[in-house]
Design a protein around this ligand. Structure first.
Ligand SMILES: Nc1ncnc2c1ncn2[C@@H]1O[C@H](COP(=O)(O)OP(=O)(O)OP(=O)(O)O)[C@@H](O)[C@H]1O
Ligand SMILES: [Mg+2]
Length: 241
């Protein structure tokens, strides 16, 4: 029997994942699945576990318990580089650009293709985010907004299916915010899947079809932006005062 309305299998699933740092339970039994081709926001107060969850998903640190799957296959015990090769890429809350390399070199440095193709891919990524004119500038000489776009271009260079963005809008001016949103939407149209954490709630609400809310390492709420905005527990924990 066919089930035409059955939702797509999650491309990414997080199942009862827990991670402690000493006495702090940074991520406490979190579970959710992310449908392919969607943009989901991960929000919550400072210290609620968002970046830790990103680090767990991308394989930088191991979970104490629980299971994380990419396209149905467990990646829980895989290294960050293997997970990256499987098609999951992330940006970092703090810049990890090489300041003394040019914009182009920053991208070539992370490509996994042969040299000639790496350069083409790097140029394509730069063009996609509108940074071709500054290809040969040192990263250190780019404006803050341009550096954020360059970091975004850097996650695209190996053509990942799942992209995690940790505070992509932090400190970015409205023009750059709009550009970044346009790029994210364009990539979603091409089937890419995004999980984005940011404190710019208006932007997150406008960009995401679903929000997952963390509080003290626990999953507080999970739903569409309107439902989340109206949820009294979320208002208390996050939108309050
Ligand atoms: N390496 C670490 N060692 C010890 N404690 C840590 C470590 N990383 C995170 N924590 C703690 O885990 C909790 C969750 O931190 P995390 O950085 O994941 O929060 P966050 O939601 O990303 O916050 P923010 O919005 O400020 O970026 C906090 O209590 C934090 O102090
Ligand atoms: Mg964080």
């Amino acid at each position: 029997m066919t089930e035409p309305d059955r939702p797509a299998d999650p491309i990414l699933s997080v199942n009862a994942v827990t991670r402690r740092f000493g006495g702090v339970i940074a991520v406490n039994g979190i579970s959710f699945g992310i449908a392919p081709g969607t943009v989901t926001g991960l929000i919550g107060p400072n210290g609620s576990g968002k970046s830790t969850l990103f680090r767990l998903i991308s394989g930088e640190i191991p979970a104490d318990s629980g299971d994380i799957r990419l396209r149905g296959a467990s990646i829980t015990h895989k290294s960050a580089s293997v997970i990256n090769r499987l098609g999951l890429s992330r940006t970092f809350q703090l810049s990890r650009l090489y300041p003394q390399m040019t914009a182009l070199e920053n991208l070539v440095a992370v490509t996994r293709t042969p040299e000639r193709e790496a350069s083409d891919r790097a140029r394509d990524s730069l063009a996609f985010v509108g940074l071709s004119p500054v290809a040969d500038e040192f990263a250190a000489n780019l404006s803050y907004g341009q550096q954020k776009l360059l970091e975004f271009a850097r996650v695209l260079v190996n053509d990942p299916d799942v992209i995690l963005l940790d505070e992509p809008f932090a400190g970015v001016n409205p023009v750059m915010e709009e550009r970044l949103c346009t790029h994210i939407r364009a990539l979603r149209e091409r089937g890419k899947t995004f999980l984005i954490t940011d404190h710019e709630i208006k932007l997150i609400m406008a960009l995401c079809s679903r929000l997952i809310v963390l509080d003290h390492g626990e999953l507080l709420a999970d739903g569409d932006p309107a439902a989340i905005r109206a949820d009294p527990r979320v208002i208390d924990a996050y939108f309050g005062t």
